[in-house]
Write a protein that binds this ligand. Structure first.
Ligand SMILES: O=P(O)(O)OC[C@H]1O[C@H](OP(=O)(O)OP(=O)(O)O)[C@H](O)[C@@H]1O
Ligand SMILES: Nc1ncnc2[nH]cnc12
Length: 181
Protein backbone atom coordinates (compact mmCIF):
# COMPACT_ATOMS: atom_id res chain seq x y z
CA UNK A 1 0.00 0.00 0.00
CA UNK A 2 1.35 3.46 -0.92
CA UNK A 3 2.32 5.56 2.10
CA UNK A 4 0.27 8.74 2.43
CA UNK A 5 1.65 11.11 5.07
CA UNK A 6 -1.44 13.32 4.95
CA UNK A 7 -3.70 10.39 5.88
CA UNK A 8 -1.39 9.32 8.72
CA UNK A 9 -1.15 12.86 10.16
CA UNK A 10 -4.90 13.37 9.94
CA UNK A 11 -5.35 10.33 12.23
CA UNK A 12 -3.08 11.71 14.99
CA UNK A 13 -5.19 13.82 17.31
CA UNK A 14 -3.67 16.80 19.17
CA UNK A 15 -4.89 17.05 22.77
CA UNK A 16 -3.71 20.36 24.30
CA UNK A 17 -3.06 20.33 28.05
CA UNK A 18 -2.71 16.53 28.42
CA UNK A 19 -1.27 15.13 30.65
CA UNK A 20 -0.31 18.56 31.93
CA UNK A 21 -0.44 22.27 31.06
CA UNK A 22 1.88 23.25 28.20
CA UNK A 23 2.00 19.80 26.57
CA UNK A 24 0.13 19.02 23.35
CA UNK A 25 -0.36 15.27 23.47
CA UNK A 26 -0.25 13.51 20.08
CA UNK A 27 -2.87 10.80 20.40
CA UNK A 28 -2.33 7.83 18.07
CA UNK A 29 -5.48 5.91 19.02
CA UNK A 30 -7.36 7.10 15.88
CA UNK A 31 -4.45 5.79 13.80
CA UNK A 32 -4.54 2.42 15.54
CA UNK A 33 -8.29 2.35 14.88
CA UNK A 34 -7.71 2.56 11.11
CA UNK A 35 -6.64 -0.79 9.60
CA UNK A 36 -5.84 0.93 6.29
CA UNK A 37 -3.55 3.54 7.89
CA UNK A 38 -1.91 0.95 10.15
CA UNK A 39 -1.21 -1.18 7.10
CA UNK A 40 0.52 1.85 5.51
CA UNK A 41 2.63 2.33 8.64
CA UNK A 42 3.50 -1.35 8.96
CA UNK A 43 4.23 -1.78 5.24
CA UNK A 44 6.58 1.25 5.21
CA UNK A 45 8.55 -0.08 8.16
CA UNK A 46 8.63 -3.64 6.83
CA UNK A 47 9.87 -2.41 3.45
CA UNK A 48 12.59 -0.35 5.14
CA UNK A 49 13.97 -3.17 7.28
CA UNK A 50 13.22 -6.37 5.38
CA UNK A 51 16.67 -6.42 3.71
CA UNK A 52 18.50 -4.86 6.69
CA UNK A 53 20.95 -6.59 9.04
CA UNK A 54 18.52 -6.16 11.97
CA UNK A 55 18.56 -9.26 14.20
CA UNK A 56 16.13 -8.16 16.96
CA UNK A 57 13.12 -5.87 17.34
CA UNK A 58 13.33 -3.80 20.54
CA UNK A 59 9.87 -2.49 21.45
CA UNK A 60 9.36 0.28 24.00
CA UNK A 61 6.63 0.20 26.69
CA UNK A 62 3.78 0.71 26.01
CA UNK A 63 2.76 2.20 22.69
CA UNK A 64 5.89 0.83 21.00
CA UNK A 65 4.83 -2.72 21.87
CA UNK A 66 2.00 -2.58 19.34
CA UNK A 67 4.26 -1.68 16.43
CA UNK A 68 7.01 -3.96 17.70
CA UNK A 69 4.78 -7.03 17.64
CA UNK A 70 3.74 -6.38 14.03
CA UNK A 71 7.34 -5.86 12.88
CA UNK A 72 8.72 -8.86 14.77
CA UNK A 73 6.01 -11.07 13.24
CA UNK A 74 6.47 -9.80 9.70
CA UNK A 75 10.27 -9.75 9.77
CA UNK A 76 10.40 -13.04 11.70
CA UNK A 77 12.74 -11.59 14.35
CA UNK A 78 12.86 -11.98 18.14
CA UNK A 79 10.87 -9.32 20.03
CA UNK A 80 12.67 -7.72 22.99
CA UNK A 81 10.60 -5.76 25.49
CA UNK A 82 11.94 -2.56 27.07
CA UNK A 83 9.56 -2.07 30.00
CA UNK A 84 8.84 0.54 32.60
CA UNK A 85 10.56 -0.44 35.85
CA UNK A 86 9.15 -3.23 37.98
CA UNK A 87 7.30 -5.11 35.24
CA UNK A 88 9.90 -7.58 33.92
CA UNK A 89 10.22 -10.59 36.21
CA UNK A 90 13.78 -11.87 35.70
CA UNK A 91 17.20 -10.27 36.18
CA UNK A 92 17.19 -6.77 34.59
CA UNK A 93 19.35 -3.81 33.69
CA UNK A 94 17.75 -0.45 34.47
CA UNK A 95 18.22 3.14 33.18
CA UNK A 96 16.67 6.39 34.36
CA UNK A 97 15.31 8.97 31.91
CA UNK A 98 13.04 11.97 31.69
CA UNK A 99 10.44 12.87 29.07
CA UNK A 100 8.27 15.87 28.21
CA UNK A 101 6.01 15.21 31.19
CA UNK A 102 7.80 13.04 33.70
CA UNK A 103 10.66 10.90 34.93
CA UNK A 104 10.85 7.13 34.81
CA UNK A 105 13.06 4.06 34.67
CA UNK A 106 13.19 1.55 31.84
CA UNK A 107 14.39 -2.03 32.08
CA UNK A 108 15.39 -4.96 29.89
CA UNK A 109 16.17 -8.55 30.80
CA UNK A 110 19.89 -9.16 31.09
CA UNK A 111 19.71 -12.23 28.85
CA UNK A 112 17.64 -10.53 26.11
CA UNK A 113 20.55 -9.42 23.90
CA UNK A 114 24.21 -10.21 23.37
CA UNK A 115 27.29 -8.93 21.58
CA UNK A 116 26.81 -8.69 17.82
CA UNK A 117 23.02 -8.27 17.94
CA UNK A 118 21.66 -5.43 15.78
CA UNK A 119 18.54 -3.99 17.35
CA UNK A 120 15.79 -2.00 15.67
CA UNK A 121 14.30 0.13 18.47
CA UNK A 122 10.64 0.96 17.91
CA UNK A 123 8.29 3.40 19.59
CA UNK A 124 5.31 5.49 18.54
CA UNK A 125 6.89 8.92 19.03
CA UNK A 126 10.12 10.86 19.63
CA UNK A 127 9.76 13.94 21.85
CA UNK A 128 12.78 14.78 24.04
CA UNK A 129 14.49 11.53 23.03
CA UNK A 130 14.93 10.50 26.68
CA UNK A 131 13.17 7.16 26.26
CA UNK A 132 15.02 6.04 23.11
CA UNK A 133 18.36 7.15 24.56
CA UNK A 134 17.76 5.20 27.78
CA UNK A 135 16.80 2.09 25.77
CA UNK A 136 19.92 2.58 23.63
CA UNK A 137 22.11 2.69 26.76
CA UNK A 138 20.62 -0.64 27.83
CA UNK A 139 21.30 -2.13 24.39
CA UNK A 140 24.93 -1.07 24.55
CA UNK A 141 25.35 -2.29 28.16
CA UNK A 142 24.37 -5.74 26.85
CA UNK A 143 27.08 -5.51 24.17
CA UNK A 144 24.58 -5.14 21.31
CA UNK A 145 24.12 -2.24 18.85
CA UNK A 146 21.16 -0.10 17.88
CA UNK A 147 20.70 -0.39 14.11
CA UNK A 148 18.14 2.44 14.04
CA UNK A 149 15.56 4.11 16.30
CA UNK A 150 12.24 4.25 14.43
CA UNK A 151 8.94 5.85 15.34
CA UNK A 152 5.74 6.95 13.65
CA UNK A 153 5.98 10.57 14.86
CA UNK A 154 8.79 13.06 15.40
CA UNK A 155 8.29 16.26 17.42
CA UNK A 156 11.41 18.06 16.13
CA UNK A 157 10.82 21.19 18.22
CA UNK A 158 11.54 19.11 21.33
CA UNK A 159 14.97 18.20 19.96
CA UNK A 160 14.89 14.46 20.63
CA UNK A 161 15.65 13.17 17.15
CA UNK A 162 18.62 15.57 16.93
CA UNK A 163 19.93 14.38 20.33
CA UNK A 164 19.62 10.74 19.32
CA UNK A 165 21.48 11.41 16.06
CA UNK A 166 24.14 13.35 17.97
CA UNK A 167 24.62 10.21 20.07
CA UNK A 168 25.50 8.38 16.85
CA UNK A 169 22.16 6.58 16.41
CA UNK A 170 20.23 6.85 13.15
CA UNK A 171 16.56 7.77 13.46
CA UNK A 172 13.64 7.15 11.13
CA UNK A 173 10.16 8.65 11.50
CA UNK A 174 7.13 8.59 9.22
CA UNK A 175 5.80 12.08 9.98
CA UNK A 176 6.54 15.18 12.06
CA UNK A 177 4.51 17.83 13.86
CA UNK A 178 5.68 21.37 14.53
CA UNK A 179 4.64 22.71 17.95
CA UNK A 180 1.94 24.94 16.39
CA UNK A 181 0.33 22.16 14.30
O1 LIG B 1 11.10 11.20 23.51
P1 LIG B 1 10.56 11.19 24.92
O2 LIG B 1 10.51 12.54 25.54
O3 LIG B 1 11.27 10.19 25.76
O4 LIG B 1 9.04 10.76 24.83
C1 LIG B 1 8.57 9.69 24.06
C2 LIG B 1 7.98 8.61 24.91
O5 LIG B 1 6.85 9.13 25.65
C3 LIG B 1 5.71 8.31 25.38
O6 LIG B 1 5.60 7.26 26.28
P2 LIG B 1 5.04 7.40 27.74
O7 LIG B 1 6.21 7.56 28.67
O8 LIG B 1 3.99 8.45 27.80
O9 LIG B 1 4.45 5.95 28.00
P3 LIG B 1 3.31 5.07 27.35
O10 LIG B 1 3.84 4.58 26.02
O11 LIG B 1 3.19 3.99 28.35
O12 LIG B 1 2.07 5.90 27.19
C4 LIG B 1 5.98 7.76 23.99
O13 LIG B 1 5.21 6.58 23.75
C5 LIG B 1 7.45 7.50 24.03
O14 LIG B 1 7.76 6.26 24.62
N1 LIG C 1 3.53 15.29 23.15
C1 LIG C 1 3.45 13.97 23.29
N2 LIG C 1 2.40 13.28 22.79
C2 LIG C 1 2.33 11.95 22.92
N3 LIG C 1 3.27 11.21 23.56
C3 LIG C 1 4.32 11.88 24.08
N4 LIG C 1 5.41 11.45 24.76
C4 LIG C 1 6.16 12.50 25.06
N5 LIG C 1 5.63 13.65 24.60
C5 LIG C 1 4.48 13.26 23.97
Amino acid sequence: MIFDEFTIKSLIRPVPGFPKEGVTFRDITPLYQSPRAMRMVADSLIQRYVESPVTHIGAIDARGFLLGAVLAYELNKPLILFRKAGKLPADCLREAYSTEYGEAHIEVHRDALKEGDQVLLLDDLIATGGTFLAAARLVSQLGAEVYEAAAIIDLPDLGGSRLIQDAGIATFTLCAFEEAE
